[in-house]
Design a protein. Structure first.
Length: 128
């Protein structure tokens, strides 16, 4: 039996003898949100069991946004496209925002990886 595993930007085909296979666990396909950016903004304004983002950052002079590196399946670009304009609309100066890429023991994300992670416009503003 052929099993296809996510691997990098593609799939890795693995042939497993059906006698050795108990069962294969597959991801359920979830219906995508019609407007994920709007849902993110709504969550910044009305979080569960927390103060709204605007209240949390009130009177703060600097903000650090920590993002995962390219090895994690996180929609970072989408999140930042919602978060950064929201912060600016609260009166935060863009020069007081720092982005930190949490690579752990991984190598730094560079060039095209960085563009895929945060988008072309944001990539220009990240200091490595």
């Amino acid at each position: 039996m052929d099993i296809f595993l996510d691997y990098g930007n593609g799939k890795l085909k693995v042939d497993i003898d059906e006698k050795s296979l108990l069962y294969a666990i597959e991801n359920r396909v979830n219906k995508a949100l019609p407007d994920p950016k709007a849902r993110l903004i709504e969550s910044f304004k009305n979080p569960i069991d927390s103060l709204p983002l605007k209240e949390r950052i009130k009177n703060k002079s600097k903000i650090c946004i920590v993002i995962s590196d390219i090895t994690r399946a996180v929609p970072t670009k989408l999140i930042l496209e919602a978060l950064l304009p929201e912060l600016l609309s609260y009166g935060v100066n863009k020069n007081s925002i720092t982005m930190l890429i949490a690579t752990g023991l991984h190598r730094p994300n560079e060039s095209e990886e960085l563009v895929r992670l945060v988008g072309k416009i944001l990539q220009k503003n990240i200091i490595l």
